[in-house]
Design a binder for this molecule. Sequence first.
Ligand code: FDA
Length: 308
Amino acid sequence: MSIMRSVLLAGAESVWLRERAMRYPFVRRSVSRFMPGESMTEALEACRRQQAERGTGAILTHLGENLETLEEADAVTRHYLELLDRIEAVRLDAQVSVKLTQLGLDLGRDACSEHLAELAARAQAHGTFLWIDMESSKYVDATLDVYRRVKVRTPRLGVCLQAYLHRTAADVESLLPLAPAIRLVKGAYREPPDVAFPKKADVDENYLRLAERLLRPGLPPGTFLGIGTHDERIVTRLQALVTERRLNADAFEFEMLYGIQRQLQARLVREGAPLRVLISYGEFWFPWYMRRLAERPANVLFVLKSML
Ligand code: FDA
């Protein structure tokens, strides 16, 4: 892991830095490249534009603070129920993605599962889909446990897995009998080398290996791969693979973050490849924004330019 990336990821966890940086207008300006607004209404409007102008669907996620009480987790659940209802009311092609810590994972798996089940049932009733983000490695076991509990009741539920973790190949195998929907990403947190591959080349290779496994013919019907990456080399390799294997478009889609690799997004749309764009919103954007900077330290230059 590069020094710059480590420093930025450490900064993502700093309350001191967060409290200061969020006040500066130039920081807020540079955040707008990756986030169309802080409110649900602004996010829904970006989603509508995305669909009308580019023809792509969206995934919406609300960036929230760490929780301390179950009442806070209840409030987050109510927020997402409202979001699902508003998506349905205006008939947007938008799904929702949630972080389980926001639904009370630190306060107990049972309460968190109940919150997730309520959201998954509402998403399913509206004919849409619910995703679970993956957070740092200490949450993987609990996240997969909650995913399994709720997936048996509401099949339209997917979970994110991270290719940088040594354990992910085994997690994929253990989930496959459930016909899972998996969003595969490289991984965005600061992890030690015994937990995650420290070299980018190894992460990329593992990504391709895992994606190839999840796109293999003969998997249980309903298995779905969300190819969550902006890496053009990987995207092109996987496009060739799905063509060669003649896979149906309902078995996979490309998923990218709002504002990142716009040209690659446009290319996929032109070529008719299924693409969904993840739009984040909310007031608590600082740690999420630092992870975006860490993914491409050259982004720090944009922040400095906004300062000037
Ligand atoms: P990589 O980092 O190699 O980037 C490839 C190229 O993309 C770069 O060379 C650059 O051109 C461009 N690029 C990538 N990031 C950029 C940025 N921030 N700014 C500008 N250009 C950039 N992680 C996680 O741990 N848990 C999760 O739940 C999710 N969820 C998620 C959903 C979706 C839809 C996506 C696309 C990503 C996530 N992630 C995530 C983040 C993921 O783990 C990873 O950190 C980023 O996607 C960056 O990795 P890439 O695969 O894009 O490759």
